[in-house]
Ligand binder design. Sequence first.
Ligand code: FAD
Ligand code: EGU
Length: 475
Amino acid sequence: MADCANVRNKKIAVVGAGLVGSLEACMLANRGYEVHLYEYRGDIRTMEHVPGRSINLAMSIRGRTGLGAVGVEEKIIREHGIPMRARMIHNLDGTTRAIPYNKDGKCIYSVGRRYVNEVLLTRAEEFPNVKIHFNHKLLNAELDQGAMTFLDTSANEEVKAEADLVIGCDGAYSNVRKQMMKRSWFNYSQVYIPHAYMELCIPPTPDGEFAMPPNYLHIWPRGKFMMIALPNQDKSWTVTLFMPHEMFQTLDTPDALLNFFKTHYPDAIALIGKEKLVADFFANKALPMISVKCSPYHVGSTSLLMGDAAHAMVPFYGQGMNCGMEDCVVLDELMNKYDDDLEKVLPAYSEHRNPDAEAIVDLAMYNYIEMRDLVNSRLFLLRKKWDDFLSRLLPGTWVPLYTMVTFSRERYHSCIAKKKWQDNIVARIVKVCSVAGVMMGFLFAKTEAAHTLANSFLTHINSLATKTLAVVDRS
Ligand code: FAD
Ligand code: EGU
């Protein structure tokens, strides 16, 4: 525990007690700060139903490192994590195919959002220097003064508060970020993608078992629409259906819905159950997906954005929570480096973290475009196979992009740089092969028959090269 002058007596307000805010509160408490954690909702540990999105999430090394720093990694992974060792691809004809994530046995874990959040809240409360204020909605803030106004929703009255540092962990539609947007030299951009998502549920079988093999992330890739399923601890599955939001509106009757499923996800109807599918679909609503970039993340030495507030991303890499939890680790490291001198730490954090956050926001968006444009699951398989083939051929030097992102803490921006380097090599190999092919053509071209053979060979190589280059170009 740091005990220097920079920490003593300093008060930090963390706005938002979601996955990132509750972790960040623990991290700061560990350093000895007086931490006030403000949350709009009530205490989810005492609520029966928690409103909000995505019931379970894929947790990988970056998130786990954050949990480990406050001593709850073991607990969450062991008690609440379901290993997913491979993807299970569901083809249109009902056949399935598994593609492992990692040949060294590394895997990702399906965790319930609620469990993770509850464990982190309980951990935060164990620190005597943390106070959690539930039912407090941030209305306004003077960020360079550290002055905040909340609505206490249980008493329906406004409450003022002050802190030396205000950290916005208040999610994709962040109010703290909104305050920063009033300031000069704050950059901001957002994009809504045309797709929306809806969560459905595959219940346990009558004998209380998982209805599909549990240790997989199940995927139904269908180009314009896609479904993904992650296992829950109660042996149910949370299925997320992704499709263009206009298309959700065209599925406006039970018949239209069932026909859609019969055409695109025939195997899923039995798994969800016909009546349940109709009931859940029409009881739910399709939710939007937003992608946000901004910079810098700080105001002087008095305010900072972390998690989705700083970098909301589309969910197509399973990295939003992982990245937000890694934010906390990065800030902690910089606090060590600069001895908790916030004047130095905050600018250093913005400068260090922004290229990485924007890199994963981009990667998630590219992956969305790639999945959307894949015509069928065969192409999905082909892509993964090609990457895995090269990584087996050149272990260590040729690490597939998703492996760097998911199973290492390589900085996100350098994952992109390495991928570009790999693509360059592939393009070169293809070129060299084509030239070699042309030379062979001339060598063989001495007889009439050889000439014909060489010609068809060349045509073949050429079309192959063009196709491969087109694929390389797109990624
Ligand atoms: P949030 O979890 O949104 O928490 C923000 C908190 O702030 C909330 O508790 C909210 O009530 C509170 N708040 C908001 N406004 C105020 C206010 N004015 N005053 C006080 N409190 C406020 N990530 C992964 O790593 N793996 C996955 O598999 C994955 N799957 C996903 C699937 C979907 C469909 C979606 C939409 C996202 C997925 N994510 C995934 C991303 C992940 O959900 C987010 O990145 C993560 O929840 C961000 O955490 P956060 O704490 O920054 O924000
Ligand atoms: C989307 C929604 C498979 C949870 C990306 C893979 C996701 C998750 C993939 C959601 C895909 C897509 C990867 C993981 C993960 C794959 C990954 C996506 C979890 C490239 C709850 N994605 N997701 N890639 O490789 O690296 O399996 O909602 F379909 S986990 Cl889109 Cl590793």
